[in-house]
Design a protein around this ligand. Structure first.
Ligand code: NAD
Length: 462
Protein backbone atom coordinates (compact mmCIF):
# COMPACT_ATOMS: atom_id res chain seq x y z
CA UNK A 1 0.00 0.00 0.00
CA UNK A 2 1.49 3.32 -1.00
CA UNK A 3 -0.48 6.23 0.40
CA UNK A 4 0.43 9.21 2.52
CA UNK A 5 -0.83 8.61 6.08
CA UNK A 6 -3.60 10.51 7.84
CA UNK A 7 -1.54 12.56 10.32
CA UNK A 8 -2.43 12.56 14.03
CA UNK A 9 -0.91 13.12 17.43
CA UNK A 10 -0.34 10.04 19.58
CA UNK A 11 -0.86 10.70 23.29
CA UNK A 12 -1.44 8.22 26.10
CA UNK A 13 -1.82 5.32 23.67
CA UNK A 14 -4.53 7.04 21.57
CA UNK A 15 -4.61 8.97 18.31
CA UNK A 16 -6.02 12.47 18.13
CA UNK A 17 -6.62 15.31 15.71
CA UNK A 18 -6.53 18.95 16.78
CA UNK A 19 -8.30 22.16 15.85
CA UNK A 20 -5.26 23.69 14.17
CA UNK A 21 -3.40 22.14 11.24
CA UNK A 22 -0.59 22.98 8.85
CA UNK A 23 -0.34 21.74 5.26
CA UNK A 24 2.46 19.32 4.40
CA UNK A 25 4.03 19.94 0.99
CA UNK A 26 5.71 17.62 -1.47
CA UNK A 27 9.01 19.43 -2.20
CA UNK A 28 9.16 17.87 -5.68
CA UNK A 29 6.08 19.75 -6.93
CA UNK A 30 4.88 21.91 -3.99
CA UNK A 31 1.52 20.10 -3.93
CA UNK A 32 -0.26 19.62 -0.60
CA UNK A 33 -0.09 15.98 0.49
CA UNK A 34 -1.46 16.14 4.02
CA UNK A 35 -2.28 18.23 7.07
CA UNK A 36 -0.29 17.99 10.28
CA UNK A 37 -2.23 18.63 13.52
CA UNK A 38 -0.71 21.20 15.88
CA UNK A 39 -0.82 20.50 19.61
CA UNK A 40 -2.45 23.01 21.95
CA UNK A 41 -1.28 23.43 25.55
CA UNK A 42 -4.01 21.04 26.72
CA UNK A 43 -2.56 18.34 24.42
CA UNK A 44 0.86 18.89 25.96
CA UNK A 45 -0.61 18.66 29.46
CA UNK A 46 -2.21 15.36 28.49
CA UNK A 47 1.10 14.16 27.07
CA UNK A 48 2.90 15.04 30.31
CA UNK A 49 0.31 13.25 32.45
CA UNK A 50 0.47 10.22 30.16
CA UNK A 51 4.28 10.24 30.14
CA UNK A 52 4.41 10.32 33.96
CA UNK A 53 2.25 7.20 34.12
CA UNK A 54 4.12 5.68 31.18
CA UNK A 55 7.40 6.13 33.02
CA UNK A 56 6.03 4.58 36.19
CA UNK A 57 4.97 1.48 34.26
CA UNK A 58 7.83 1.18 31.75
CA UNK A 59 10.68 1.71 34.22
CA UNK A 60 9.40 -1.28 36.22
CA UNK A 61 9.15 -3.63 33.27
CA UNK A 62 12.04 -6.09 32.87
CA UNK A 63 14.56 -4.87 30.28
CA UNK A 64 14.09 -8.14 28.40
CA UNK A 65 10.38 -7.46 27.98
CA UNK A 66 11.05 -3.85 26.94
CA UNK A 67 13.46 -5.22 24.34
CA UNK A 68 10.83 -7.65 23.03
CA UNK A 69 8.36 -4.82 22.42
CA UNK A 70 11.02 -2.67 20.72
CA UNK A 71 12.11 -5.57 18.51
CA UNK A 72 8.51 -6.25 17.55
CA UNK A 73 8.07 -2.60 16.57
CA UNK A 74 11.26 -2.77 14.49
CA UNK A 75 10.04 -5.93 12.77
CA UNK A 76 6.75 -4.21 11.91
CA UNK A 77 8.61 -1.21 10.47
CA UNK A 78 10.73 -3.58 8.36
CA UNK A 79 7.55 -5.26 7.09
CA UNK A 80 6.14 -1.83 6.20
CA UNK A 81 9.31 -0.53 4.58
CA UNK A 82 7.72 0.16 1.17
CA UNK A 83 4.81 2.11 2.62
CA UNK A 84 7.03 4.14 4.96
CA UNK A 85 9.70 4.84 2.33
CA UNK A 86 7.05 6.06 -0.11
CA UNK A 87 5.65 8.50 2.47
CA UNK A 88 9.16 9.77 3.29
CA UNK A 89 9.96 10.37 -0.37
CA UNK A 90 6.66 12.22 -0.83
CA UNK A 91 7.21 14.59 2.08
CA UNK A 92 10.99 14.96 1.97
CA UNK A 93 11.91 14.39 -1.67
CA UNK A 94 14.82 11.97 -1.27
CA UNK A 95 15.09 9.11 -3.79
CA UNK A 96 13.06 6.06 -2.83
CA UNK A 97 16.16 3.89 -2.48
CA UNK A 98 17.58 6.33 0.11
CA UNK A 99 14.24 6.42 1.93
CA UNK A 100 14.24 2.60 2.14
CA UNK A 101 17.76 2.64 3.57
CA UNK A 102 16.66 5.23 6.10
CA UNK A 103 13.79 3.04 7.30
CA UNK A 104 16.17 0.12 7.74
CA UNK A 105 18.62 2.35 9.62
CA UNK A 106 15.83 3.47 11.94
CA UNK A 107 15.01 -0.18 12.65
CA UNK A 108 18.66 -0.87 13.37
CA UNK A 109 18.66 1.84 16.05
CA UNK A 110 15.74 0.09 17.71
CA UNK A 111 17.40 -3.32 17.42
CA UNK A 112 20.75 -2.17 18.73
CA UNK A 113 19.35 -0.21 21.65
CA UNK A 114 16.90 -2.98 22.56
CA UNK A 115 19.89 -5.24 23.11
CA UNK A 116 22.05 -2.56 24.70
CA UNK A 117 19.32 -1.74 27.25
CA UNK A 118 19.69 -5.24 28.65
CA UNK A 119 23.37 -4.65 29.26
CA UNK A 120 23.15 -1.42 31.25
CA UNK A 121 25.31 -3.04 33.89
CA UNK A 122 26.25 -1.39 37.15
CA UNK A 123 29.34 -2.13 39.29
CA UNK A 124 30.13 -3.57 42.67
CA UNK A 125 33.05 -1.73 44.25
CA UNK A 126 35.38 -3.84 46.40
CA UNK A 127 35.29 -2.71 50.05
CA UNK A 128 35.76 -3.98 53.61
CA UNK A 129 33.70 -7.01 54.74
CA UNK A 130 30.15 -6.18 55.74
CA UNK A 131 29.88 -3.16 53.44
CA UNK A 132 28.82 -3.24 49.83
CA UNK A 133 29.13 -0.31 47.46
CA UNK A 134 26.98 -0.67 44.36
CA UNK A 135 26.72 1.59 41.33
CA UNK A 136 23.50 1.19 39.38
CA UNK A 137 22.02 2.79 36.27
CA UNK A 138 18.43 3.95 36.27
CA UNK A 139 16.31 5.65 33.58
CA UNK A 140 16.29 9.44 33.96
CA UNK A 141 12.50 9.87 33.62
CA UNK A 142 10.50 11.68 30.96
CA UNK A 143 12.48 12.80 27.91
CA UNK A 144 11.42 15.79 25.77
CA UNK A 145 12.81 15.21 22.28
CA UNK A 146 12.88 17.34 19.13
CA UNK A 147 13.78 15.78 15.80
CA UNK A 148 14.49 17.53 12.47
CA UNK A 149 13.14 17.17 8.95
CA UNK A 150 16.23 15.85 7.13
CA UNK A 151 15.75 12.21 8.22
CA UNK A 152 12.05 11.89 9.06
CA UNK A 153 12.42 8.30 10.26
CA UNK A 154 15.92 7.60 11.47
CA UNK A 155 16.34 10.82 13.47
CA UNK A 156 13.29 10.24 15.68
CA UNK A 157 14.16 6.50 15.89
CA UNK A 158 17.52 7.33 17.44
CA UNK A 159 16.02 9.31 20.27
CA UNK A 160 13.04 7.05 20.84
CA UNK A 161 15.18 3.90 20.85
CA UNK A 162 17.62 5.36 23.41
CA UNK A 163 14.83 6.53 25.69
CA UNK A 164 12.78 3.33 25.55
CA UNK A 165 15.75 1.01 25.93
CA UNK A 166 16.83 2.89 29.05
CA UNK A 167 13.33 2.62 30.56
CA UNK A 168 12.33 6.28 30.06
CA UNK A 169 9.08 7.65 28.71
CA UNK A 170 9.32 10.15 25.89
CA UNK A 171 7.36 13.03 24.37
CA UNK A 172 8.78 13.68 20.93
CA UNK A 173 7.99 16.66 18.76
CA UNK A 174 8.91 15.49 15.32
CA UNK A 175 9.31 17.78 12.31
CA UNK A 176 6.09 19.35 11.05
CA UNK A 177 7.51 19.46 7.50
CA UNK A 178 8.15 15.70 7.43
CA UNK A 179 5.78 14.10 9.97
CA UNK A 180 5.05 10.72 8.34
CA UNK A 181 8.22 8.95 9.48
CA UNK A 182 7.48 9.59 13.16
CA UNK A 183 3.84 8.70 12.63
CA UNK A 184 4.85 5.29 11.31
CA UNK A 185 7.09 4.75 14.33
CA UNK A 186 4.11 5.51 16.58
CA UNK A 187 1.97 3.07 14.61
CA UNK A 188 4.57 0.33 14.95
CA UNK A 189 5.03 0.90 18.70
CA UNK A 190 1.28 0.94 19.21
CA UNK A 191 0.86 -2.31 17.27
CA UNK A 192 3.78 -3.87 19.14
CA UNK A 193 1.97 -3.25 22.43
CA UNK A 194 3.97 -0.45 24.05
CA UNK A 195 2.02 0.57 27.21
CA UNK A 196 0.07 3.86 26.97
CA UNK A 197 2.04 6.98 27.81
CA UNK A 198 5.51 5.46 27.31
CA UNK A 199 5.75 7.02 23.86
CA UNK A 200 3.95 10.23 22.88
CA UNK A 201 4.16 12.01 19.54
CA UNK A 202 3.23 15.66 19.07
CA UNK A 203 3.61 18.30 16.38
CA UNK A 204 3.10 22.00 16.81
CA UNK A 205 4.72 25.40 16.81
CA UNK A 206 8.31 24.40 17.73
CA UNK A 207 9.06 27.33 20.05
CA UNK A 208 5.75 26.93 21.88
CA UNK A 209 6.27 23.22 22.45
CA UNK A 210 9.87 23.51 23.62
CA UNK A 211 8.99 26.59 25.71
CA UNK A 212 6.31 24.60 27.52
CA UNK A 213 7.89 21.16 27.86
CA UNK A 214 11.45 22.07 28.81
CA UNK A 215 10.65 24.04 32.02
CA UNK A 216 8.48 21.23 33.42
CA UNK A 217 10.11 19.58 36.45
CA UNK A 218 8.93 16.26 35.04
CA UNK A 219 11.22 16.68 32.00
CA UNK A 220 14.54 15.09 32.95
CA UNK A 221 16.36 15.23 29.60
CA UNK A 222 16.10 17.43 26.52
CA UNK A 223 17.28 15.73 23.33
CA UNK A 224 17.50 17.90 20.22
CA UNK A 225 18.88 17.59 16.69
CA UNK A 226 18.91 20.69 14.52
CA UNK A 227 20.73 23.95 14.04
CA UNK A 228 23.36 25.28 16.43
CA UNK A 229 21.37 28.49 17.03
CA UNK A 230 18.24 26.63 18.15
CA UNK A 231 20.31 24.12 20.11
CA UNK A 232 21.99 26.90 22.09
CA UNK A 233 18.61 28.49 22.80
CA UNK A 234 17.11 25.22 24.07
CA UNK A 235 20.24 24.50 26.15
CA UNK A 236 19.89 27.90 27.86
CA UNK A 237 16.26 27.18 28.62
CA UNK A 238 17.14 23.75 30.04
CA UNK A 239 20.00 25.17 32.11
CA UNK A 240 17.57 27.45 33.94
CA UNK A 241 15.89 24.31 35.24
CA UNK A 242 19.10 22.27 35.69
CA UNK A 243 17.86 19.83 33.08
CA UNK A 244 20.52 17.89 31.17
CA UNK A 245 20.63 18.14 27.38
CA UNK A 246 21.72 15.97 24.48
CA UNK A 247 22.45 18.20 21.50
CA UNK A 248 23.31 17.11 17.98
CA UNK A 249 23.81 20.35 16.08
CA UNK A 250 25.27 21.72 12.88
CA UNK A 251 28.52 20.79 11.18
CA UNK A 252 30.58 21.95 8.22
CA UNK A 253 32.64 18.89 7.53
CA UNK A 254 36.15 19.33 6.16
CA UNK A 255 37.69 16.82 3.77
CA UNK A 256 41.47 16.67 3.50
CA UNK A 257 42.68 15.16 0.23
CA UNK A 258 46.38 14.33 0.25
CA UNK A 259 48.46 14.14 -2.92
CA UNK A 260 49.24 10.42 -2.53
CA UNK A 261 45.73 9.31 -3.57
CA UNK A 262 44.06 8.84 -6.93
CA UNK A 263 42.33 12.22 -7.35
CA UNK A 264 39.68 10.86 -9.72
CA UNK A 265 38.56 8.06 -7.40
CA UNK A 266 38.59 10.41 -4.39
CA UNK A 267 36.57 13.02 -6.30
CA UNK A 268 33.98 10.52 -7.51
CA UNK A 269 33.47 9.09 -4.03
CA UNK A 270 33.27 12.60 -2.53
CA UNK A 271 30.76 13.88 -5.08
CA UNK A 272 28.56 10.82 -4.55
CA UNK A 273 28.59 11.37 -0.78
CA UNK A 274 27.95 15.08 -1.22
CA UNK A 275 24.64 14.63 -3.05
CA UNK A 276 23.26 12.05 -0.60
CA UNK A 277 20.03 13.43 0.91
CA UNK A 278 20.66 16.49 -1.31
CA UNK A 279 23.51 17.43 1.01
CA UNK A 280 21.13 17.89 3.94
CA UNK A 281 23.13 15.81 6.35
CA UNK A 282 24.90 17.24 9.37
CA UNK A 283 27.98 15.19 8.45
CA UNK A 284 27.89 16.01 4.72
CA UNK A 285 31.40 16.55 3.26
CA UNK A 286 31.56 20.25 2.36
CA UNK A 287 34.93 22.03 2.74
CA UNK A 288 37.48 20.27 0.54
CA UNK A 289 41.16 21.05 1.12
CA UNK A 290 43.10 19.43 -1.69
CA UNK A 291 46.88 19.38 -2.03
CA UNK A 292 48.06 21.52 -4.91
CA UNK A 293 49.57 18.76 -7.08
CA UNK A 294 46.22 17.00 -7.53
CA UNK A 295 43.91 19.99 -7.09
CA UNK A 296 43.08 20.55 -10.79
CA UNK A 297 42.40 16.89 -11.54
CA UNK A 298 40.35 16.40 -8.36
CA UNK A 299 38.22 19.47 -9.04
CA UNK A 300 37.59 18.57 -12.69
CA UNK A 301 36.52 15.03 -11.79
CA UNK A 302 34.33 16.29 -8.95
CA UNK A 303 32.56 18.76 -11.25
CA UNK A 304 32.01 16.10 -13.93
CA UNK A 305 30.51 13.70 -11.41
CA UNK A 306 28.36 16.47 -9.90
CA UNK A 307 27.04 17.44 -13.34
CA UNK A 308 26.25 13.83 -14.16
CA UNK A 309 24.04 13.47 -11.06
CA UNK A 310 20.47 12.72 -12.08
CA UNK A 311 18.34 15.27 -10.22
CA UNK A 312 14.58 14.69 -10.14
CA UNK A 313 11.53 13.44 -8.35
CA UNK A 314 12.57 10.86 -5.75
CA UNK A 315 9.79 8.55 -6.93
CA UNK A 316 11.24 8.31 -10.45
CA UNK A 317 13.50 5.37 -11.17
CA UNK A 318 17.10 6.43 -11.65
CA UNK A 319 16.87 9.67 -9.64
CA UNK A 320 20.09 10.11 -7.68
CA UNK A 321 19.21 13.35 -5.92
CA UNK A 322 15.78 14.79 -5.10
CA UNK A 323 14.80 18.38 -4.34
CA UNK A 324 15.99 20.14 -1.20
CA UNK A 325 13.44 19.99 1.57
CA UNK A 326 11.97 23.48 1.48
CA UNK A 327 12.23 26.94 0.03
CA UNK A 328 14.47 28.15 2.91
CA UNK A 329 17.26 25.90 1.65
CA UNK A 330 17.03 27.36 -1.90
CA UNK A 331 17.27 30.89 -0.50
CA UNK A 332 20.20 29.95 1.74
CA UNK A 333 22.12 28.22 -1.09
CA UNK A 334 21.53 31.08 -3.53
CA UNK A 335 22.68 33.61 -0.93
CA UNK A 336 25.90 31.66 -0.30
CA UNK A 337 26.55 31.47 -4.04
CA UNK A 338 25.98 35.22 -4.51
CA UNK A 339 28.34 35.98 -1.64
CA UNK A 340 30.99 33.67 -3.12
CA UNK A 341 30.77 35.46 -6.48
CA UNK A 342 30.95 38.87 -4.83
CA UNK A 343 34.18 37.86 -3.07
CA UNK A 344 35.87 36.70 -6.26
CA UNK A 345 35.16 32.99 -5.92
CA UNK A 346 34.32 30.82 -8.94
CA UNK A 347 31.10 28.90 -9.43
CA UNK A 348 32.18 25.89 -11.50
CA UNK A 349 28.74 24.33 -11.66
CA UNK A 350 25.26 24.87 -10.22
CA UNK A 351 24.42 27.83 -8.00
CA UNK A 352 20.87 28.51 -9.17
CA UNK A 353 17.50 26.92 -8.60
CA UNK A 354 16.43 24.44 -11.29
CA UNK A 355 13.03 25.36 -12.75
CA UNK A 356 10.37 27.13 -10.77
CA UNK A 357 8.23 24.30 -9.46
CA UNK A 358 9.61 22.02 -6.79
CA UNK A 359 12.62 22.93 -4.66
CA UNK A 360 15.31 21.64 -7.02
CA UNK A 361 18.85 22.89 -6.61
CA UNK A 362 21.72 21.28 -8.56
CA UNK A 363 24.98 19.99 -7.13
CA UNK A 364 27.08 23.14 -6.82
CA UNK A 365 30.87 23.52 -6.76
CA UNK A 366 32.56 26.72 -5.59
CA UNK A 367 36.32 27.22 -5.74
CA UNK A 368 38.99 29.75 -4.83
CA UNK A 369 36.94 31.24 -2.03
CA UNK A 370 38.64 33.54 0.47
CA UNK A 371 38.54 32.31 4.08
CA UNK A 372 35.90 34.85 5.04
CA UNK A 373 33.41 33.78 2.33
CA UNK A 374 30.09 32.89 3.93
CA UNK A 375 29.99 29.43 2.32
CA UNK A 376 33.22 28.57 4.11
CA UNK A 377 31.86 29.69 7.47
CA UNK A 378 28.12 28.83 7.41
CA UNK A 379 26.81 25.31 6.96
CA UNK A 380 25.22 25.22 3.46
CA UNK A 381 23.04 22.21 4.39
CA UNK A 382 22.51 21.44 0.74
CA UNK A 383 24.33 20.02 -2.32
CA UNK A 384 27.19 22.52 -2.19
CA UNK A 385 30.92 21.75 -2.09
CA UNK A 386 33.73 24.26 -1.69
CA UNK A 387 37.08 23.10 -3.06
CA UNK A 388 40.24 25.02 -2.24
CA UNK A 389 43.93 24.13 -2.76
CA UNK A 390 46.37 23.77 0.13
CA UNK A 391 50.14 23.32 0.14
CA UNK A 392 50.55 20.99 3.12
CA UNK A 393 48.57 18.67 5.36
CA UNK A 394 49.36 21.01 8.29
CA UNK A 395 47.73 23.89 6.43
CA UNK A 396 44.68 21.70 5.65
CA UNK A 397 44.29 20.71 9.30
CA UNK A 398 44.59 24.33 10.40
CA UNK A 399 41.87 25.41 7.96
CA UNK A 400 39.70 22.41 8.85
CA UNK A 401 39.84 23.41 12.53
CA UNK A 402 39.26 27.11 11.92
CA UNK A 403 35.48 27.01 12.46
CA UNK A 404 33.50 26.73 15.66
CA UNK A 405 31.97 23.44 14.39
CA UNK A 406 33.40 20.02 15.18
CA UNK A 407 31.06 17.27 14.04
CA UNK A 408 32.47 15.08 11.25
CA UNK A 409 35.67 15.22 9.20
CA UNK A 410 37.18 13.12 6.43
CA UNK A 411 40.64 12.44 5.03
CA UNK A 412 42.05 10.70 1.95
CA UNK A 413 45.60 9.34 2.10
CA UNK A 414 47.49 6.08 1.67
CA UNK A 415 50.09 7.10 4.24
CA UNK A 416 49.68 5.73 7.77
CA UNK A 417 51.68 8.69 9.10
CA UNK A 418 49.39 11.24 7.43
CA UNK A 419 46.27 9.33 8.49
CA UNK A 420 47.52 9.49 12.06
CA UNK A 421 48.38 13.17 11.69
CA UNK A 422 44.84 13.93 10.45
CA UNK A 423 43.15 11.74 13.07
CA UNK A 424 45.13 13.36 15.87
CA UNK A 425 44.93 16.89 14.57
CA UNK A 426 41.28 17.23 13.54
CA UNK A 427 38.88 18.73 16.06
CA UNK A 428 35.74 16.74 15.33
CA UNK A 429 33.80 14.25 17.35
CA UNK A 430 30.98 12.85 15.19
CA UNK A 431 28.21 14.18 17.40
CA UNK A 432 29.56 17.11 19.00
CA UNK A 433 32.63 18.87 20.00
CA UNK A 434 32.73 22.67 19.97
CA UNK A 435 29.54 24.27 18.57
CA UNK A 436 28.37 20.99 17.03
CA UNK A 437 26.83 19.81 20.21
CA UNK A 438 27.07 17.99 23.44
CA UNK A 439 26.85 14.27 24.13
CA UNK A 440 26.62 11.15 22.02
CA UNK A 441 23.84 9.31 20.24
CA UNK A 442 24.03 5.58 19.62
CA UNK A 443 26.07 2.83 21.26
CA UNK A 444 26.62 2.38 24.98
CA UNK A 445 27.68 6.02 25.32
CA UNK A 446 24.41 7.19 23.75
CA UNK A 447 22.30 5.09 26.08
CA UNK A 448 24.13 6.51 29.10
CA UNK A 449 22.50 9.91 28.49
CA UNK A 450 19.09 8.42 29.15
CA UNK A 451 20.24 6.96 32.46
CA UNK A 452 21.32 8.34 35.77
CA UNK A 453 23.98 6.80 37.97
CA UNK A 454 23.06 5.92 41.53
CA UNK A 455 25.60 4.86 44.14
CA UNK A 456 24.43 2.79 47.09
CA UNK A 457 26.41 1.95 50.21
CA UNK A 458 24.96 -0.99 52.04
CA UNK A 459 26.12 -2.00 55.55
CA UNK A 460 25.13 -5.65 55.98
CA UNK A 461 25.24 -5.73 59.80
CA UNK A 462 24.60 -2.83 62.16
P1 NAD B 1 15.97 26.11 12.01
O1 NAD B 1 17.12 26.56 12.81
O2 NAD B 1 14.79 27.00 11.83
O3 NAD B 1 15.37 24.74 12.61
C1 NAD B 1 16.16 23.60 12.86
C2 NAD B 1 15.26 22.57 13.56
O4 NAD B 1 14.93 23.06 14.85
C3 NAD B 1 13.92 22.33 12.88
O5 NAD B 1 13.62 20.94 12.96
C4 NAD B 1 12.92 23.17 13.67
O6 NAD B 1 11.62 22.62 13.68
C5 NAD B 1 13.51 23.11 15.05
N1 NAD B 1 13.24 24.30 15.87
C6 NAD B 1 13.38 25.58 15.49
N2 NAD B 1 13.10 26.40 16.54
C7 NAD B 1 12.79 25.60 17.59
C8 NAD B 1 12.42 25.85 18.95
N3 NAD B 1 12.35 27.08 19.47
N4 NAD B 1 12.17 24.77 19.74
C9 NAD B 1 12.25 23.51 19.26
N5 NAD B 1 12.61 23.22 18.00
C10 NAD B 1 12.88 24.25 17.18
O7 NAD B 1 16.56 25.71 10.62
P2 NAD B 1 15.91 24.99 9.36
O8 NAD B 1 15.83 25.97 8.25
O9 NAD B 1 14.72 24.17 9.68
O10 NAD B 1 17.08 23.98 9.08
C11 NAD B 1 18.29 24.44 8.55
C12 NAD B 1 19.42 24.36 9.54
O11 NAD B 1 19.14 23.44 10.57
C13 NAD B 1 20.62 23.85 8.82
O12 NAD B 1 21.44 24.92 8.48
C14 NAD B 1 21.27 22.89 9.77
O13 NAD B 1 22.33 23.52 10.42
C15 NAD B 1 20.26 22.60 10.82
N6 NAD B 1 19.80 21.21 10.82
C16 NAD B 1 20.65 20.30 11.32
C17 NAD B 1 20.28 18.98 11.37
C18 NAD B 1 21.20 17.95 11.90
O14 NAD B 1 21.04 16.80 11.58
N7 NAD B 1 22.14 18.30 12.77
C19 NAD B 1 19.04 18.61 10.88
C20 NAD B 1 18.17 19.57 10.36
C21 NAD B 1 18.57 20.89 10.36
Amino acid sequence: MTTYPDLKLYIGGAWRKTAEELPVLNPADESIIGAVPLAAQSDLDDALTAAAEGFRVWSRIAPRVRAEIMLKAAALMRERVEEIAYAITLEHGKPLAQARLEVVRGCEFFEWDAAEGQRAYGRVIPSEPGIRYVVMHQPVGTVAAFSPWNFPMSQPCRKIAGALAAGCSIIIKAAEETPAGALHIARALHDAGVPPGVFNLVFGVPAKISGYLIPQTQTRLVAFTGSTAVGKHLSELAARHMTPVLMELGGHAPVIVCDDVDPIAAAHLSATRKVRNAGQVCTSPTRFFVQQDIYERFTKAFVEKAQATKVGNGLDAGTEMGPVANHRRIEALEALTADARARGGRVLTGGERLGNRGYFFPPTVLTELPDDARALREEPFGPMAIINPVRTVEEAIEKANSLPFGLAAYGFTHSAARADQIAEGIEAGNVGVKDSGYGREGGAEGLAHYMTVKTLSHRMVI
